[in-house]
Write a protein of this length. Structure first.
Length: 85
């Protein structure tokens, strides 16, 4: 895999942030008893796996600002999911 440019990483981080927001909304739907969330969950988990693999493969190519944003997004995701339980 080729190293990502800074713009590619920014796009990937935007995708990661969008994933987090969609995932949190999905989990809230599930908590409220919306059974359609179960169907959607499978797709979101595949998106998560794909994003994680892409980030882990080339994480060394992040700028310090991008790495900071990535870590902030991870923290946000962890906090959001912990708050649900």
């Amino acid at each position: 895999m080729n190293a990502k440019s800074g713009k590619d990483w920014d796009d990937l981080l935007d995708s990661y942030e969008n994933f987090i927001n969609r995932y949190v909304r999905l989990m809230k739907k599930a908590q409220n008893g919306d059974l359609s969330a179960i169907t959607e969950y499978t797709k979101y988990m595949q998106d998560a796996i794909n994003l994680a693999e892409e980030v882990e493969t080339e994480r060394g190519d992040l700028t310090s600002a991008q790495l900071k944003r990535f870590l902030e997004l991870q923290t946000q995701f962890s906090q959001e999911t912990m708050n649900m339980y």
